[in-house]
Design a protein around this ligand. Sequence first.
Ligand SMILES: Cc1ncc(COP(=O)(O)O)c(C=O)c1O
Length: 375
Amino acid sequence: MRPIYLDYNASTPIDAAVAVAMQPFLETAFGNPSSPHWAGRPAKAALEQARSQVASLLGAEADEIVFMSGGSEANNLALKGAAWALKAKGDHIITSMIEHPSVLEPCRFLGDLGFRISLVPVDRTGRVDPDDVRRAITPKTILVSIMHANNEVGTIQPIEELSQITRAHGILLHTDAAQSVGKIATNVSTLGVDLLTVAGHKLYAPKGIGALYVRRGTPLEPLIHGAGHERGRRAGTESALLAVGLGAACDLARELAPMKRVRALRDRFWHGLKARFGDGVVLNGHPEHRLPNTLNVSFVGRIGAEILAQLDGVAASTGSACHAGRVELSSVLKAMQVAQEVGMGAIRFSLGRGTTQDDIDAVLDRLACVLAAAS
Ligand SMILES: Cc1ncc(COP(=O)(O)O)c(C=O)c1O
């Protein structure tokens, strides 16, 4: 069976143009960006150009971009760094029930340290109600962290509305944009955020690189103390190799037109599923406010992991895990109050630049065979 990759929300391949941009830094340009001599200067110049490329994609200034090892580190810095820097002001943080573990776990850790964490719910489409956030705010609230788009179901949150609320209260707003950068517009001014997370390997850059946008003047204690790299935000010699990769990927991501083709394929997939399986298949996530590449569907009464295991050569993800003979729904599907017999059949298909119509048609055919054999 020809392998078909429909797991772009898990990770993307490195774009060919990104690999070309990185090549010199694998071969000759090895200098330390902090060294003022002939070997360091080109590395420093490349690092700063990459910073400008990331900034330009986000509509930010270059000095507002801090290179990170990835989305998890950026989320950790946003939460722990802001909490620590603002602890004299307040001890309350608001986030949602469907955040990535790299937001929820730092929150749990901060909770152990004495911070108070409020988890706002989501509706059945996975959307946060801004009024719930408004109601959760107290005089001690210092930070709201709500993801831009959810990794499992693709639901896009009303960040612009949330930023109006946080600004009116003088509270910082962080958004985890690991899944949205490169798929939809992520301009920090339009969104109104103070902190925004970028994960390189979700947008055709290598793994091991990401960035945190930090609005000028935002108080933030670093996670890694040391020499003054990254304007004191993150100690450690920067990797020009990886930064250049992220910069090149961000340049490519400024063009959102390719996502139109991806959206059309995603919709073809959904209509194909409906035509074949009718009411046996349901959509998880918001019908409109959703990433253009993401299709999370449930095969009602079936088990997603079992379908995937039989779907030879198709790389995709399930929203459920088997524990002691029982299918445990993901925390995202649970928060969306998806019924057990629906949620256990969830599969996330996520498309990307390399997806073709042939891929979609072949997966539809393979699914029809697997489901027919099982019934
Ligand atoms: C929404 C979201 N946030 C954060 C991360 C973590 O990013 P990284 O893998 O770069 O640490 C991921 C990765 O799956 C994600 O989907």
